[in-house]
Write a protein that binds this ligand. Structure first.
Ligand SMILES: *Cc1c(COP(=O)(O)O)cnc(C)c1O
Length: 355
């Protein structure tokens, strides 16, 4: 039997995304036992409790449970940005690249982007870009949106000092702040900065339970009570009012208790993966860029889609994010040992292509 066959007979090591995680037995039990009611009538006790818990955790007044992070981003920006005004964000932001134009399609929001490799703009550059009241000839800036950790740059943690400087500028200029915190949990695990310290820098924050926290479904938008009340109306208008959603809330609640404390392990696994790739193919990895559970690979002359196909043949699944950029994401269902093994295989494939 060839080595490829031997590897192929084991279940693949799936590093495409942390969204592939499946609910654990404990989480499924918590879901089965959840106390529920009709959430459109605000009568689901599990969901009401979760909305209060997450708002408080992030230093905010109110929370709104959403089926996806795309929806909670759209609702946050939809309430902060009036029709025809703009949100500023970086060119690789999930809201700009991966939400299919929903902000414009549903809420008339326009977007203007900046580009930096790690998604953080220096505050003095933002000061030249943003104008709260641009008068009758130019688009006025209503909000700035940041992403932490930053997905498409490879899970970069945004430095708290940079976030503070941007928030201070925006507030002084009458511009709202939205955080796409799909993986804010990972930023918190990597830095120890309290979630509320991050949260209070923003008017609205979106977080996901369906990534590294391992819940099957669920995101949350938090913000001031008045803002969240308006977002609740928009959610219903989009058809996002849910009924016995406490079943899902129970999974998210369980995730905060049992999965949030273990996220640092995913970061260790990502570091092990990156090290295994880097010892063979150092030019594919920026070791300083590996800050959380996402590893960005520069595939060089080998097209990323080709690397993805070859890796699949060797029992490792990763994603192509650009012509020469691939991404691997560690999560609860991949051990550090498996991540290292996957890194060795990816390193071999990258090196083999050069000979
Ligand atoms: C996954 C993700 C989201 C939300 O995605 P959904 O699939 O809609 O839940 C938002 N922002 C970032 C950065 C993400 O990685």
């Amino acid at each position: 039997m060839s080595r490829a066959d031997a590897e192929g007979s084991q279940p693949p090591i799936d590093l495409r995304s942390d969204t592939v995680t499946r609910p654990s037995a404990g989480m499924r039990r918590a879901m089965a036992d959840a106390e529920v009611g009709d959430d459109v009538y605000a009568e689901d006790p599990s969901l009401n409790r979760l909305e209060r818990r997450v708002a408080e955790l992030l230093g905010h007044e109110s929370g709104l449970f959403c089926p996806t992070g795309s929806m909670s981003n759209m609702l946050g920006i939809g309430v902060l940005v009036p029709r025809g005004k703009e949100v500023l964000c970086d060119a690789q932001a999930h809201i700009a690249r991966a939400e299919l134009g929903g902000h414009a399609a549903w809420f008339g929001v326009t977007m203007r982007t900046w580009f930096t490799p790690d998604g953080v703009a220096p505050v003095d550059f933002l000061q030249t870009l943003a104008t709260a009241d641009a008068g009758p000839y130019l688009v006025s800036t209503a909000a700035i949106a940041l992403e932490n950790t930053h997905n498409f740059s490879g899970g970069r943690v945004q430095p708290i000092a940079a976030l503070q400087a941007i928030s201070e500028f925006a507030r002084g200029a009458g511009i709202a702040m939205h955080l796409d915190g799909a993986r804010l949990w990972n930023a918190h695990a990597a830095t120890g900065v309290p979630l509320a310290t991050y949260g209070r820098l923003f008017d609205t924050v979106s977080v996901c339970f369906s990534k590294g926290l391992g819940a099957p479904v669920g995101s949350m938008l938090v913000g001031p009570a008045g803002v969240i009340d308006r977002a609740r109306v928009l959610r219903k208008r989009l058809g996002g009012g849910m009924r016995q959603a406490g079943i899902l809330a129970a999974a998210c609640d369980y995730a905060l208790d049992h999965e949030l404390p273990r996220l640092a392990q995913d970061h260790e696994a990502a570091a092990a993966f990156a090290e295994a790739v880097g010892t063979q193919a150092p030019e594919a990895i920026d070791p300083a860029g590996v800050q959380s559970n996402i590893v960005r690979l520069d595939t060089g002359a080998l097209p990323a889609v080709e690397l993805v196909e070859r890796a699949r043949g060797r029992g490792v699944r990763i994603s192509a994010m650009g012509t020469a950029v691939a991404r691997a994401v560690t999560h609860r269902d991949v051990s550090t040992a498996d991540a290292r093994r996957a890194g060795t295989i990816i390193g071999e494939l990258l090196v083999a292509d050069r000979h």
